[in-house]
Design a protein around this ligand. Structure first.
Ligand SMILES: O=C(O)CCC(=O)C(=O)O
Length: 343
């Protein structure tokens, strides 16, 4: 895998030194401030923010390194989305909503729960109508309850006409070119994420390329390259939390996870109109800013087809580069014909 050059492309960066997470400096967007970021122990460097026309952005994506693209217009028609507009137009389908007793929404694969009978998930998936989700969110906001909700639903054909029109107005021309010039497989899904302020998706990696398009509110995204696999201690492959880090970023247990002391992240705060490229196998921790209101994101997940020669070479490079755990899971995906579900 190519050496990570991500920090070097940041026009705001001077010496490339890593700063403690939560105190990185770049060209600040005045609509948020440091007090809205959670505090962590590990250092981070900024992810470059570039125009999609900047040749350095292409280089980063080609190298499978993260970049925030500031002007793709990828989800331009959706920038008007807010809760009242969605309530009016999103339709009467069922939505997957996760509920949790605290702000952390650790993903787990329900199909793997039989393998670990003692596993007790800390969040639960419930199917509900959009209006029920909004009521639950308002209940917590108004009554100061501890139960939080996070809607995470693949966009599908139950959405109303105006949402379809907005969706068709996405910048498919740009994103289709991104896909075809890198020989990625098909778009597998667009996940719609609607979160409460302060919600956290703990660090995990996905087996797909991701253009993560921010629509409303701000999210802080902390990424770690795949070569920091040994710092992040994923759950075992057959565990429901496969691909998720076992390290609690807010209270790391260094006796159990000593290499976490060596973790160095790359971070960016994304706001409406920004698109973060999250390369396949890069760990990502994502938080909706504290006191920042509701966040809305749509992601674009692309399979990588391991069928073409170039992808096989790519795959072999990965297998060579990363630890046994990871290569085992990649090999499993290849032998299964790469059946991807969420991520
Ligand atoms: O936005 C989030 O909270 C999580 C999104 C995520 O993990 C993804 O798009 O892969």
């Amino acid at each position: 895998m190519a050496a990570v050059t991500v920090a070097g492309a940041d026009p705001a960066e001077t010496d490339g030194a890593a700063a403690p997470a939560g105190s990185f400096t770049d060209l600040r967007d005045p609509s948020w401030n440091d007090s809205q970021l959670r505090q962590y122990t590990f250092p981070t460097r900024p992810i470059p923010r570039l125009s999609h026309t900047d040749p350095r952005a292409e280089v980063l994506i080609n190298n499978e390194e993260p970049v925030v693209l500031t002007d793709t217009s990828l989800v331009y028609p959706a920038l008007k989305w807010d809760i009242p507009y969605l309530q009016e137009n999103i339709g009467n389908g069922d939505f997957s909503v996760y509920t949790a007793e605290n702000h952390k929404f650790l993903y787990y694969d329900e199909k793997k729960m039989a393998n670990f009978q003692d596993f007790v998930p800390k969040s639960h998936r419930v199917e509900m109508k959009f209006s029920e989700f909004v009521d639950k969110m308002h209940q917590t906001e108004e009554q100061g309850g501890t139960e939080r909700v996070y809607l995470q639903q693949t966009l599908n054909d139950t959405v109303g006409r105006k949402i379809v029109v907005d969706f068709l107005g996405f910048n498919w021309n740009w994103i289709n070119k991104q896909q075809s010039k890198r020989n990625w497989g098909p778009l597998t899904s667009n996940l719609l994420l609607i979160g409460m302020e302060g919600n956290v998706t703990p660090a995990h990696y996905d087996e797909q390329q991701n253009f993560f398009a921010q629509i409303k509110g701000h999210k802080r995204c902390i990424l770690f390259p795949p070569d920091q696999f040994d710092c992040l201690y994923p759950y075992p492959v057959h565990h429901p939390c496969d691909r998720q880090s076992q390290v609690d970023f807010e209270n790391p247990d260094y006796d159990k996870f000593p290499n976490f002391k060596n973790a160095v992240g790359y971070e960016a705060v994304v706001g409406p109109g920004d698109v973060l490229y999250i390369p396949m196998y890069w760990w990502h921790h994502i938080e909706s800013l504290l006191s920042g209101g509701v966040t809305i994101t749509v992601n674009f997940w692309y399979k990588v087809c391991f069928c073409s020669t170039i992808s096989v070479v790519h795959c072999l490079v990965y297998i060579h580069d990363i630890s046994l755990h990871k290569s085992t899971s990649i090999k499993q995906n290849i032998s299964r014909g790469h059946p991807l579900q969420r991520g």
